[in-house]
Design a protein around this ligand. Sequence first.
Ligand code: NDP
Length: 309
Amino acid sequence: MTSSTFLGLGAMGTALATAALDTDNTGVTDGTGGTGVNGGTGNTGRTVTVWNRSAGRAGQLRERGAVVAGSIEEAVAGDGVIVACLLDHRSVHDVLDPVAARLAGRTLVNLTTTTPNQARELATWALAHDIDYLDGAIMAVPAMIGAPGSVILYSGSTTAFDTYRPLLDCWGESSHLGADAGLAALLDLAMLSGMYTMFAGFTHGAAMVGADGVSATEFASRAAPFLAAMTGALADAAAVIDARDYSGEDQQSLEFTQSALDTITQASLDQAVPADVLRPIRDLVRRQIAAGHGKQGADRIFEELRSVR
Ligand code: NDP
């Protein structure tokens, strides 16, 4: 692999650095003929350097062979790829602005969650400092890093993506979405929107059945396979949305959907569970019906969401 510097040793940064060290240790992606490096420098001369704002987070990584930098200046003193996994956009600037002048000619892979526009701002900032910028969005939790199911989306520099592919691939399946640095963050946050609303819906359902003594565990055992089966309908919904044709008779109408949501809301209130989670969906459906589209498919709420653009 390549020498690398990890900035940010929270749960995710530690998982990324650990995977890089472990991959070097096994030599799996070692293309130089070396037998792998026990972190540090070893016989391939490649180092895994780690740095964190607060001391005390690097103990296990040091034991695995990482070089622990005492300052950000020390961390970026080498010539390897820099991997940032910090809290947010602001923290990336907090860490890198003071050393930006030293990073000319280097590559920055930023795996910190940001908005698409924040990713684009960082790409512009990097360009101004002659830094090759690759933005990444991690579709996994720390325990999944390096394991099956871990996916990381990238956008920005294709040169950086191609050059550091062995490192990127040690964390999970790597996909490059395009040169626009904001794309990975856009896809990430759009998918997280679906995830958060699904979990909120699950929690709402758990509160409904909980009012009658059904445990959340029992509820989850039934809800999980049902929701998994429902995701099979996403492709059909996507085809309807892409065609922007909501007239098909096989589509569940907005009027039917309103009736269903009214029934669920009433049942929820009967259980003394407020219908906050359902309200925004009912509002979208209602507005489309009020605009005269009640007989059309419920996926037409896409038009409601796009109309404010
Ligand atoms: P943690 O809260 O565990 O760690 C946050 C890290 O950011 C710490 O190293 C912290 O340093 C550092 N930090 C925060 N503010 C600053 C600052 N102003 N200057 C310098 N360092 C700072 O978060 P995670 O490691 O879990 O997440 C890191 C990134 O990865 C986030 O953007 C997150 O959205 C993303 N991510 C996380 C996932 C997860 O499941 N955990 C999943 C997908 C993406 P210190 O120790 O000094 O506080």
